[in-house]
Write a new protein. Sequence first.
Length: 311
Amino acid sequence: MNELISIIIPVYNNEKWFERCIKSAINQTYKNIEIIIINDCSIDNVEEIINKYLSIDKRIIYLKNEVNKGVGYSRNREIDISKGQYIYFLDSDDYIENNLIETLYNNIKKSDTYCCLQSAFKEIDGIKTQAHRSIEDLELLKSPSVCIRLFNKRIINESKVRFSNIKVAEDLEFVFKLLIYNSSVSYVDKPLYTYVIHNDSSIRSYTDEQLDAIKAIDSIIEYAKINNKYDQYKEIIEFVAVDHILVGTINRIIRMKDYNKNNIDRCIDYINKNFQDWKNNDYVKRYILSNERIIQRFEELNIYSEKNKMI
């Protein structure tokens, strides 16, 4: 355990959950870590919590953005100043088990890029439930969160991949680009990360910004083409676009009050324009068009009809 690992935590207005997050990072069984925290101009008591732990643990490095910049900018800034051979991203309202870093580190030594968790917890109103994902689910980026992955910083730098400053799907874009650059991954089937779901979760606060998923897919396509790997990943890119735009983005938009139907139309038009044969994609047929709930929603939106097979 002589290699330094950087734990990166951007934070904005999460005082209710943030102290538990910091404690979970400090209490890791893998001790050779630096904990880089960027305060993105929080207006609550986040800074008081940070100062409290700065005096307790010298491994903490504290920075503050001059103006609110967003999670992508903050993570990039933290990557650039990090000194670790490996990088772990932790969201400020979530928390990790004490042996997460040690467990992922032991497995990442088998590969050149990163290690990924197959299992994780979700906590809603203090109640935890466990979710398990197959390796294929993870390869298809049905769970694209950076927080279940430990990254090799050398690969991040070689690939020149950084976070876009978008509000939604920034993790999807980052992880997919790294996969295109280097697809070597090791897996751990242990629930060592806990997502905390609450009313203030950022993903629930966006309206038009949900369309950032389209920007992410466009960026992934461009990166694949620049690296001459578009043909190799075309089928997966198509599935990811359908899964994250036609399914994920539209579902989130519909759950919002007074949503703009034009945003749903933009999602549908984007897929039909850029992936005209998406209904024949093997992954789409297996994971999406076999799901009765999704088919019902597609029929309601005039996207797809099980009776006519396509509209």
